[in-house]
Ligand binder design. Structure first.
Ligand code: C2E
Ligand code: CA
Ligand code: CA
Length: 714
């Protein structure tokens, strides 16, 4: 048993080194043995010999017996055996000894004697005189046996208490040892397992390569079967186990079997799974998160590309006005709503579908296999109606609607993100159409999405190739009918689509940021054009040019510096360039814009507030900004002649502006009635089709000549 185990023999008093050393008187074995004299033979043997008469008195004893009793022969001879051998009486062997004396049986037993501290093998048989007793010291054998038993016991204790599964297979791969932990971890007892082939005990198919690995172990190599759950096909098989197999080598160096150690790694797996789960799930709702969802979407997409009849879909859901709930009832209420929403969503998706939280108040459902006939809109409708719109949050009843967009996966999708994007686009369409509804992403949306994408790239190219032009619309002082300047209006000369008005592309340019470059170009070009007019037309010396600025241009780090450079570069004096900014720009970035405007004003650049009246700023807000001019939005002007309320608004704007020292320009003047009304209300300047639409730079030069000639003549 290779386990180191120290056998511990009890103390033996050391009086036993050599025969005769302590024996006394005659009978000490000194001389050669006379085979004809039994007594001399008895003296030489290493065993104790005693003979009693029928009264149990000791009649004979050899030196070893005297030594065993720790007395001289004289002291022992004639004494009753029960007193001579103190441990002889009252013990279980006394009756046997008595039976042996009667000749009914011989006695044979092994007995431990405390006083010499030794084990004896005892034979008693009837003799002519009475009983002969023969005692052999078997202590050495006893201690060896004992130590073997102890080490075996020790090994078994370890095997039983160790917190790992240990088993042994023989060369035929039959189970030969199965410790308690194995039984506990697998639910299979040693009785059920021992003697059975390993393939019946473990499900080796669950771990590819296990069979080959076992073969290699028999050739002397170690082998590890990595974590599997199905390895043990019993009731406890839900546990994750690792198996380490090593050859069992005999003392002769032969592989006689396989020693297996099984680690239960279920707890470690549970921790790993928890970590994995939290990486893939949203902590608030417990639903799969965006990254997990995208992975599933990718798999569905891959599948759709492989199998023609596999269709999948995506529903993108967004809570309407979620911000209002958050802002009015608090974030806790917002979380509460999302949580309730998540539970309802989980309940109404089909098994196999995946509901996930994609962002703040955005959810998505992957409709995994839609089959042929099922319409994605049916499913979206069902989700929307089963989610309901009544929620109770913190004891309060709130009505919440959802907007949903649906996209269906077709082979056309290269990347899963595109499907999500399309469902998102459809969802926005649903919001535009009044919320609380769903929209299916269709060819039309696809077209406009593609068009948008095309326009983004086209615009970038247009900037590089300078495909832009400015058209100029004259502005008149209506009090004396003189031309005072032009508003520069951007046009895109698209190589394929012709002239495009700014309304069709400015918002895209703002989204992508190219508006900054376009705006710089427009300011430079307008200044250059004004310089040219002044050089060629005598009437142009007093004219100014108005350039529209987008909000993005202000938030640029040195937006103001660049504009100033442009004006200086064109060699124009102060008052030549006027910048128009809309009310909405001011609302978005009030402080930043106010500072930028102040700086421009200090450098003699005049400022107009454009589209005034369409935003939400109150009139009194105006004095916070250094504007020179207010441009009344054309919507008031076009309806002004008909509606009294519009006239009142115009009147109020004019009077307040004048009080604040600002001039007023009316835009979109188309008719003489509108002109008369503006004059009556005290408006200073006007522009519109009544005078002229926007025109190309060269045409505007001719226009200046005509207009100033009339004025000079008039
Ligand atoms: P806006 O600044 O309000 O420009 C006036 C718009 O009204 C121009 O449209 C002009 O052509 C149009 N208009 C002029 N007279 C009349 C009229 O009598 N009746 C009607 N119904 N419309 C009239 P346009 O040129 O299409 O420009 C649209 C908008 O695009 C501009 O509105 C302005 O906000 C923006 N925009 C134009 N050029 C630029 C530019 O260089 N940079 C930036 N950031 N925006 C620009
Ligand atoms: Ca304008
Ligand atoms: Ca305007």
């Amino acid at each position: 048993m290779g386990i180191p185990f120290e056998s511990k023999a009890p103390h033996r008093d050391g009086r036993d080194p050599a025969p005769g050393a302590l024996a006394d008187g005659p009978g000490v074995p000194t001389g050669p043995v006379d085979p004809d004299d039994p007594a001399s033979v008895l003296e030489q043997i290493p065993d104790a010999f005693l003979a009693f008469d029928r009264d149990w008195r000791v009649q004979h004893l050899n030196w070893k017996a005297a030594h065993l009793l720790g007395a001289s022969r004289a002291e022992v001879l004639g004494r009753e055996v029960w007193s001579a051998l103190p441990e002889a009486g009252g013990l279980e062997w006394e009756s046997e000894l008595r039976r042996a004396a009667q000749g009914s049986s011989t006695l044979h037993l092994e007995k431990y004697f405390r006083s010499p501290g030794a084990w004896f093998e005892i034979h008693a048989f009837p003799s002519r005189m009475g009983v002969a007793l023969y005692m052999r010291d078997i202590s050495d054998r006893k201690w060896t046996e004992r130590s073997l038993r102890d080490s075996d016991h020790f090994a078994r204790t370890i095997l039983a208490s160790v917190g790992e599964g240990i088993f042994v297979l023989d060369r035929e791969l039959r189970c030969r040892l199965w410790n308690d932990f194995m039984a506990q971890a697998t639910g299979l007892t040693a009785e059920e397992v021992l003697g059975r082939p390993v393939g019946e005990v473990f499900n080796l198919d669950a771990s590819p390569g296990a069979g080959i690995g076992l073969g290699r172990v028999l050739e002397g190599e170690g082998f590890r079967i990595p974590s599997t759950r199905e390895l043990v096909p019993s009731t406890r098989s839900q546990r994750w186990v690792d198996l380490v197999l090593s050859p069992q080598v005999s003392l002769e160096g032969e592989v006689v079997g396989v020693v297996g150690i099984m680690h239960d790694v279920t707890d470690r797996h549970a921790v790993e799974e928890r970590l994995l789960h939290s990486a893939m799930h949203d902590p608030l709702t417990g639903l799969p998160n965006r990254s997990y969802f995208m992975e599933q979407l990718r798999q569905a997409n891959d599948r759709a590309r492989r199998y023609e009849d596999f269709h999948f879909g995506l529903v993108f859901l967004d809570v309407d006005h979620f911000k209002v709930i958050n802002d009015s009832l608090g974030h806790q209420a917002g979380d509460d709503l999302l949580l309730q929403f998540a539970r309802k969503l989980e309940d109404c998706v089909r098994p196999g579908d995946i509901a996930a939280r994609i962002g703040g108040d955005e959810f998505a459902v992957l409709l995994y296999d839609m089959g042929d006939e099922v319409d994605a809109t049916d499913i979206a409708q069902r989700i929307q109606s089963s989610l309901g719109n009544r929620f109770v949050i913190q004891g309060r009843e709130v009505f919440v609607t959802l907007s949903a967009g649906v996209a269906v996966g077709t082979v056309g999708y290269e990347r899963p993100e595109d499907l999500l994007r399309d469902a998102d686009t459809a969802m926005y369409r649903a919001k535009e159409k009044g919320r609380g509804r769903f929209e299916l992403f269709d060819a039309e949306m696809h077209k406009s999405a593609v068009a948008l994408l095309l326009m983004q790239t086209d615009l970038q190219r247009a900037v590089e190739r300078e495909e832009f032009a400015l058209h100029y619309q004259p502005i008149f002082d209506i009090r004396d009918a003189t031309l005072v300047g032009f508003e520069a209006l951007l046009r895109w000369e698209h190589p394929r689509n012709g002239l495009i008005a700014p309304g069709a592309f400015i918002h895209v340019a703002e989204d992508t940021g190219v508006i900054v470059e376009i705006g710089r170009w427009a300011a430079r070009e307008a200044c250059r054009q004004l310089g040219e007019w002044r050089a060629t037309s005598p009437g142009a010396s007093e004219l100014s040019v108005h350039v529209n600025l987008s909000g993005k241009e202000f938030v640029q780090p040195d937006g103001v510096g660049e504009i100033l450079d442009i004006v200086r570069g064109a060699g124009l004096g102060p008052g030549s360039l006027k910048l128009e900014v809309t009310e909405s720009i001011i609302l978005e970035n009030a402080d930043l814009v106010a500072r930028a405007l102040e700086e421009l004003r200090e450098h003699g650049i005049e400022l107009s507030i454009d589209d005034f009246g369409t935003g939400y700023s109150s009139l009194s807000y105006l004095h916070r900004f250094p504007f020179d001019t207010v441009k009344i939005d054309q919507s008031f002007v076009s309806g002004a002649a008909a509606e009294v309320s519009n006239q009142e608004i115009i009147r109020a704007i004019i009077s307040l502006s004048h009080n604040l020292g600002m001039d007023v320009i009316a835009e979109g003047v188309e008719t003489s009635e509108q002109m008369e009304m503006l004059l009556r209300l005290g408006c200073d300047f006007a522009q519109g089709f009544f005078f002229s639409g926007p025109m190309a730079g060269g045409d505007a030069g001719a226009y200046i000549d005509r207009a100033t000639a009339t004025a000079l003549a008039g």
